[in-house]
Design a protein around this ligand. Structure first.
Ligand code: ADP
Ligand code: MG
Length: 698
C-alpha cells in the first residue's frame, strides 16, 4: 500500500474530515497521519477515588455505582445528568449526545468504570462525555492497552469527532491496514548494532504501546532516526561542498605572521587560542575551503585569532576581510587591528555606509590592484562594486546577524572561494551547534586570558536600591564608568519607555550636574545621535551610560567597570550574559548588579541565580536551553531545528552525539552511499532532497 495515499481515502475520513485534518494538523497523507504521534499517554491501570479528583488532572479513571440519573433541558440544552458514587464522594456525569444509548446502559445500582477529564464548577466536579463500561471484577483485563495515546487535536477537529478518541480510531484502522507498508529507513546493520526497533514496530508501538518499555524503545528509535537524518544531510552537504569547491592552499607560514607573533603580539596566546589557530592552519593547507565557526565568550580573545588567520592569508599572497554587523563594531575592530599591527606593517582600510565617495573609490582601487591587505567593514563589504583582487580569508563577526545568503555573497566574490571564519560571542549549546552549524567545523575558545579578574555579580531587590546608588557613587569616585540598562520590549514598549524615563529622572536627581554627566542611548534616537552619545561615553566625557539594550554587542570601554541591569528578571539568560560582558574589559575589578522586583517567577529566579553562580557562557547557554527550549535561542528560528517531532535538543544530547558519530563513520566508509548496505540512505535522499540530483554529484 502506498503511504502517500491522500488521507481522504482512509475509511472513516470523508471530504470534510480530510479538509480539517489538512488544515488543522497538516495531515495530507496516510504517512502524515502515522507521524501524528501522541503527545502523551494515559495510564489505564490507575484508578482514582472521587475525593482525589483535582481540577488540573488531565484525566481520571474511576469505579463508581450509579446513584441517580435524569434527562433535563430542551432541544440544544437537552442533556442526561447522572450521579455516580464511591465510598469517598459523588461525581456528576453529563451527556449531550447519544443520550438514548447511554440512558439504556445506565441502570441504577450498577457499577461502572469511567474515564475522562474532570472539570470543576461551583466547587463540584463533573465529567462531560466520559468513557464508560460496566465494571466486571472477574474479567482481568489482558491484551488491552494500559497506556492509551493522547493526541493533539483542535476545537474544530473535536467538533468533527476527531478528538483523541476519534484520532485513536483512525490510527488503529490505518495501522491495521497499512502497518505492513511502513518501510524501514535505516540500514539493517545499524539497527542490529544499536539494537533499534524496526520502523514498523516503532510506529505501531508509539501509537499503541504494549507496555512502557516498548514505548520507550519506540520513541528512542524514532528520535534517533530524526537526528540521524539531519546529521546525514548536514555532513553529506559538507562533504559535497569540500568535493565541489577547491580551497586555497596557504602553503607557508610566512614573514608577517611570524614577525607579528614574535615581535608585536603584546601577550602570550592562551592554550585555547593556540589550539584554534592550529585548527585553522590545518584547514587552510588541505586544499579544501574552510568553513569554521569560532565560538568564544566575550573577552576570550577572538580578535587576535582572526587577525592571525588573516595574516596567514596575506603571507600567501592573498587579501583578507573582516565584516561586522554594525558600524560601531566595524570601527572598533578596525581600531584594535590598527593598534595590534602598528604603523606600516600592512595596509588596512575601513569601509562602512558612512565612508565618503572619494575614500570609497580609493578603497575599491586598492582592493582591485591588490595593494590593500585587509578590509574591515559592515555590510558595505558585500556590495557589488567591492571587488577583491584575490580574497583569501573572510572573517565574519557575530554570525547571528548575518544570514546565510550574505555569507554566500562574500564567497562569490572569488572564483575560488575564500576560507571563511565565522565568529560568535554567543555561545551555543553543543547540541544546537551540531544541528545549526553541523555543516561547519566548530572551534571553541573555552578559556579567558590569564590575569582577568572575574566579574562579581550581585542580585539586589528593588528595596535595596539605595545600596546600588551608593555603590555607583563609590565606583565613579574611583574614576570608573557605569552602564545602566533598561529593558525595552516591543510588546510593552510604551510602559518600558515610561520606566526608562522615570529611571533617567531618578538617576539625574541622584547624580546631578556638574559633578556627574550622563549619556542616554535608546532605540528611538537617530543613529547619529546614538553614535554621538556613545562616543561621549567611550571618550570618558560621561560617567554614566543609561541605555536600553541597543548598546552594541562588542562595545569596548575598558574603563567601564559596573553594569547595572534594571528589571533583570525580564531579560533572557543569554542577553544578561552579553550585557555583563560589556564590563570586565580593563584591569579593574568589575561588577554586574542585577536589579529585580521583589516577586520573581521560578524561571526568573533560576536565571538570576545562574548569573550569580557562573560566568561560563556555555554553562549559561545550556541552562537557557533547558529553561526555554531551542525555539527561543537566537538563530534557531529559521533553521528547521524546530521541525523536530520527537527529539528535543535540550535533553537528547547523547542521542544526537551518537547519531552524528554513526553518520561520520558511515560517510567515512562510504562517502557516496553507493554500497548495497546503504541503499536505504541513498533512497532517503532521493525521496527527500528533490533539488539535488544524486547521480550528478557522485
Ligand atoms: P572577544 O573574543 O570578545 O572578541 P577580544 O579579542 O576583543 O575578545 O579580546 C579581549 C581583550 O583581551 C583584548 O583587549 C585583547 O587584546 C586581550 N587579549 C586577547 N588575547 C589575550 C591573551 N592571550 N592574553 C592577554 N590578553 C589577551
Ligand atoms: Mg570581539
Amino acid at each position: 500500500m502506498d503511504l502517500k495515499t491522500p488521507i481522504e481515502y482512509l475509511k472513516g475520513v470523508g471530504q470534510h474530515k480530510a479538509e480539517l485534518l489538512k488544515k488543522e494538523l497538516g495531515v495530507f497523507t496516510f504517512n502524515d497521519l502515522l507521524q501524528h504521534y501522541p503527545f502523551r499517554y494515559v495510564d489505564r491501570t490507575k484508578f482514582y477515588k472521587i475525593r482525589e479528583i483535582e481540577a488540573d488532572l488531565p484525566s481520571v479513571q474511576i469505579i463508581g455505582r450509579l446513584a441517580s440519573k435524569e434527562i433535563i433541558g430542551e432541544k440544544q440544552s437537552r442533556r442526561l445528568v447522572a450521579q455516580i458514587k464511591d465510598e469517598t464522594g459523588v461525581l456528576e456525569l453529563v451527556w449531550f449526545q447519544g443520550i438514548r444509548w447511554v440512558d439504556k446502559i445506565l441502570q441504577p445500582g450498577l457499577v461502572f468504570v469511567l474515564f475522562g477529564k474532570p472539570t470543576e464548577f461551583n466547587g463540584r466536579f463533573s465529567i462531560v462525555h466520559p468513557e464508560l463500561e460496566l465494571y466486571n471484577p472477574s474479567v482481568k483485563k489482558s491484551g488491552n492497552l494500559t497506556l492509551q495515546p493522547v493526541y493533539n487535536s483542535t476545537e474544530k477537529l473535536k467538533q468533527a469527532f476527531l478528538d483523541t478518541k476519534g484520532l485513536q480510531r483512525l490510527l488503529a484502522a490505518l495501522l491495521d491496514m497499512a502497518a505492513g507498508s511502513v518501510a524501514e529507513t535505516l540500514p539493517g546493520y545499524l539497527l542490529t548494532k544499536l539494537k533499534l526497533l524496526a520502523k514498523r514496530e516503532a510506529i505501531q508501538q508509539i501509537h499503541f504501546p504494549r507496555n512502557a518499555d516498548l514505548l520507550r524503545s519506540a520513541i528512542h528509535r524514532l528520535k534517533f532516526e530524526e537526528l540521524f537524518f539531519i546529521q546525514l544531510k548536514l555532513l553529506r552537504n559538507k562533504l559535497l561542498r569540500t568535493q565541489k569547491f577547491r580551497g586555497l592552499v596557504f602553503g607557508q607560514v610566512g614573514g608577517k605572521f611570524n614577525t607579528f607573533y614574535n615581535t608585536r603580539l603584546p601577550f602570550d596566546l592562551t592554550e585555547a587560542q593556540k589550539r584554534v589557530l592550529k585548527e585553522i592552519r590545518l584547514d587552510t593547507q588541505r586544499g579544501v575551503q574552510m568553513n569554521r565557526l569560532l565560538q568564544g565568550d566575550v573577552g576570550s580573545g577572538k580578535t587576535v585569532v582572526a587577525l592571525m588567520s588573516m595574516l596567514l592569508a596575506i603571507d600567501n599572497g592573498f587579501q583578507a576581510c573582516m565584516m561586522a554587523p554594525t558600524e560601531i563594531l566595524a570601527r572598533q575592530h578596525y581600531t584594535s587591528l590598527q593598534h595590534l599591527l602598528g604603523e606600516g606593517f600592512l595596509k588596512l582600510a575601513l569601509l562602512c555606509g558612512s565612508t565618503s565617495k572619494k575614500e570609497r573609490r580609493k578603497i575599491h582601487e586598492a582592493l582591485r590592484d591588490g595593494s590593500l591587505d585587509i578590509l574591515v567593514g559592515t555590510h558595505a563589504l558585500i556590495e557589488d562594486e567591492v571587488q577583491f583582487k584575490n580574497l583569501g580569508m573572510a572573517v565574519i563577526d557575530e554570525q547571528h546577524r548575518f544570514g546565510v545568503e550574505q555569507r554566500a555573497k562574500i564567497w562569490r566574490k572569488n572564483s575560488v572561494l575564500p576560507h571563511v571564519l565565522v565568529m560568535t560571542a554567543t555561545p551555543i549549546p553543543r547540541t544546537l551547534a551540531m544541528t545549526l552549524y553541523g555543516d561547519l567545523d566548530v572551534s571553541v575558545i573555552n578559556e579567558l586570558p590569564a590575569g582577568r579578574i572575574p566579574i562579581k555579580t550581585i542580585h539586589l531587590f528593588e528595596s535595596q536600591r539605595l545600596r546600588m546608588f551608593g555603590f555607583m557613587r563609590q565606583e565613579i569616585a574611583k574614576g570608573r564608568q557605569v552602564y545602566i540598562v533598561y529593558p525595552l520590549i516591543k510588546e510593552s514598549e510604551k510602559l518600558d519607555l515610561l520606566y526608562l524615563e522615570a529611571g533617567i529622572e531618578a538617576i539625574s536627581r541622584e547624580f546631578p550636574l556638574p559633578e556627574y554627566r550622563i549619556s542616554i542611548v535608546h532605540g528611538k534616537l537617530k543613529a547619529a545621535d546614538k553614535d554621538f552619545e556613545m562616543q561621549r561615553f567611550v571618550k570618558g566625557e560621561t560617567q554614566i551610560m543609561v541605555a536600553t539594550t541597543v548598546i552594541e554587542v562588542g562595545v569596548n570601554v575598558p574603563n567601564a567597570s559596573v553594569m547595572i541591569i534594571e528589571n533583570a528578571e525580564r531579560f533572557g539568560l543569554s542577553q544578561l550574559h552579553q550585557l555583563r560582558g560589556r564590563v570586565g574589559r580593563g584591569a579593574e575589578q568589575s561588577y554586574c548588579i542585577l536589579m529585580s522586583g521583589n516577586k520573581l517567577s521560578r524561571e526568573g529566579k533560576i536565571r538570576l541565580q545562574t548569573m550569580v553562580k557562573t560566568s561560563d557562557g556555555f554553562e549559561i547557554s545550556e541552562t537557557d536551553l533547558q529553561l526555554r527550549g531551542p525555539g527561543n535561542i537566537e538563530g534557531t528560528q529559521q533553521s528547521g531545528v524546530l521541525d523536530l517531532k520527537l527529539a528535543d535538543l535540550a535533553h537528547d544530547q547523547d542521542l544526537l552525539q551518537q547519531a552524528r558519530n554513526e553518520v561520520i563513520d558511515i560517510l567515512d566508509d562510504d562517502p557516496e552511499l553507493g554500497a548495497e548496505k546503504n541503499l536505504r540512505l541513498k533512497e532517503y535522499f532521493r525521496q527527500n532532497t528533490p533539488g539535488i540530483s544524486w547521480n550528478k554529484i557522485s
